[in-house]
Design a protein around this ligand. Structure first.
Ligand code: FAD
Ligand code: DLZ
Ligand code: SF4
Length: 509
């Protein structure tokens, strides 16, 4: 029996479940297809990363003596989707009598894959994607009968399950979570160590031309693409992070600095999510660095929590709650996304920086995504659909399983509090505390109603005021609501009028 093994663009892992079953008679399909490359207007760097990594991965498989059918973008007329690519390959290799695929990351494409058995009248084997530590049954068992699905408790279970940073049954250092130590602002003169850059090789250069030809208007410029496109280079990039940045990752995890897109973050999500890095290998490297005394506990724990906590948790929620989850819009947010999300031209320094970094690198770090672009979208009531599509398009690490819960749930509170116990809403004061943006901004962060007032301030109070019905009973918002109610009627009226004027002129900010 020879089978067709389908490998998707985010399944580029040598130990992938489907590849563990490969024999030399099988045909492995990798296909660059229009439907995947354009279901949102992906950033150019994202397409370059995925296509180049797919081509490099295919070369390695061929060097191992495996049969690969690699379909390059736009080289075969009539191949627009993964289904078309499977159809074409089955015609080229008529003796294949089964299809094997590893479970897909996105609900949308998994639905398409589910139809293959009937469509091609062949047995279809869908294997669990065990690159993730927590599988769907395990997550469902954890979630069952729980009133609230809080990440922190899931994370503790994952620590016990993996044994990472554990001393028997107790967490290393006696505490599960060292986040309280991880909220420092970063001094502007602290030396920043840049992430490793990789000059494009001939394969990447070819993909760059392809992207310029077929996706000229997508966000970004192909000229400055410098990410790793092989597992070997991605591992080098990660080990550089462990040595150079991880020791202070915890301290400055939430900090933002003018013209510093990366601070001490790893940039590893784009590699991990397409399969170039392995989460267990990464966690072991971080644990070893801690055990060797090279990084402090708050950094090691903070980093491992992102991987075995947040990352596994959002994936679990996605598969537990899709497809309904995508339809949620708990705060009825409908306003159009302003143009500066795409071009970055705004006088708000914080937004300008977050969007500029996004345009240049298909990257911005978590606090920029959550507390700048996400917070603004939440406060201004921007359309959940438009905002989630934007996040899915513009980041090199974006796939719906991870993007949707983070955007719809964490940033926009549109799931009514499934993911977050309160909205991550903040005025300019938070941004001023965690960055040096406000010192370099046309707006005054201390003002709320004046002509030069920071737009986040009036919008923050307006957000609380207009969502009182849904949010006032939340105990974690008791203090902000008390502060709002303490204000005089005339103060409140002036703030709401300022917010209304701001919302009417979003494009002019
Ligand atoms: P680091 O700060 O170095 O963190 C280490 C790793 O932990 C990351 O690489 C990532 O794999 C993992 N991680 C950290 N936080 C999260 C989280 N909240 N959810 C899942 N994994 C996490 N992450 C994506 O991978 N893809 C997305 O499309 C994505 N969209 C987001 C949208 C919004 C609105 C928000 C608030 C967050 C989003 N995140 C997303 C989570 C997080 O912002 C990114 O994982 C992180 O910024 C990637 O940069 P890094 O690799 O330098 O991360
Ligand atoms: C994101 C992406 C892009 C841009 N292009 C392709 C492609 O041409 N072929 C492919 O197999 N995968 C691609 N991907 C990744 C898929 O969209 C991804 O596998 C699904 O969204 C599931 O997570
Ligand atoms: Fe952003 Fe307001 Fe600070 Fe300007 S003043 S950077 S708009 S928070």
């Amino acid at each position: 029996m020879a089978k067709l093994i389908v490998i998707l663009g985010d399944q580029l892992s040598p130990a992938l479940a489907a590849l563990r079953q490969v024999s030399t008679d099988d045909v492995i399909l990798l296909a660059e297809v229009g439907s995947e490359a354009s279901y949102v207007a992906h950033h150019k760097h994202k397409i370059i990363l995925i296509f180049s990594a797919m081509r490099h991965f295919s070369t390695v498989l061929q060097q191992q003596g495996l049969q690969v059918c690699y379909l390059r973008f736009a080289e075969h007329s009539g191949i627009e989707s993964m289904t078309d690519a499977v159809n074409y390959t089955l015609q080229q290799y008529p003796t294949l009598d089964g299809i094997t695929v590893t479970h897909c990351g996105e609900y949308r494409l998994q639905q398409e894959i589910n139809s293959w058995q009937q469509q091609f009248s062949l047995p279809l084997s869908i294997l669990d994607d065990d690159r993730f530590i927590c599988d769907a049954p395990r997550f469902a068992a954890w979630a069952k009968d729980k009133k609230q699905l809080r990440m922190e408790y899931f994370y503790r279970d994952m620590r016990r399950y993996t044994g990472l940073l554990m001393q028997g049954d107790t967490p290393e250092g006696g505490k599960w979570n060292y986040d309280a130590e991880n909220r420092k602002a970063c001094p502007a003169d602290l030396e920043q160590i840049p992430p490793l850059r990789f000059a494009p090789d001939a394969i990447t250069a070819e993909v760059v031309c392809l992207v310029e030809q077929h996706f000229p208007d997508n966000m970004g410029s192909s000229d400055n693409f410098c990410y790793a496109v092989t597992g070997k280079d991605a591992r080098r990039a990660f080990l550089h992070f462990v040595q150079q940045q991880l020791p202070v990752f915890g301290d400055y995890q939430d900090a933002m600095l003018l013209n510093q897109p990366f601070i001490f973050h790893s940039l590893c999500s784009m590699y991990l999510n397409c399969g170039l890095l392995d989460v267990r290998w990464m966690c072991n490297k971080v644990q070893q660095a801690y055990q060797q005394g090279l990084v402090p506990l708050n950094a090691a724990e903070g980093f491992i929590r992102q991987l075995i906590g947040w990352r596994e948790y959002v994936r679990g929620l996605y598969w537990l709650l899709m497809p309904d989850y995508k339809q949620r819009n708990g705060l009825q947010a409908k306003r159009d996304l302003p143009g500066f999300y795409w071009h970055g031209k705004t006088q708000m320094r914080c937004m300008q920086q977050a969007v500029q970094h996004t345009i240049e690198h298909a990257y911005s770090h978590h606090i920029q995504r959550l507390m700048i672009t996400g917070n603004f979208a939440l406060l201004a009531g921007l359309s959940v659909k438009q905002v989630t599509d934007w996040y899915l398009a513009v980041y090199a690490d974006a796939y719906e399983w991870v993007e949707l819960p983070n955007t719809l749930g964490m940033a926009l509170f549109a799931d009514g509090g499934v993911l977050a116990s309160k909205p991550y809403a903040a005025s300019g004061a938070y941004i001023n505390r965690m960055s040096n943006y406000c010192k370099n901004c046309a707006y005054n962060v201390k003002h709320t109603t004046e002509a030069d007032a920071c737009p986040f301030n009036a919008l923050y109070w307006d957000f609380l005021n207009r969502n009182q019905q849904q949010l006032a009973a939340n105990p974690r918002l008791a203090l902000p609501f008390a502060n709002w109610h303490k204000r005089s009627d005339s103060d409140k009226a002036a703030i709401l009028a300022k917010a209304a004027a701001t919302l009417q002129q979003l494009e002019q900010l």
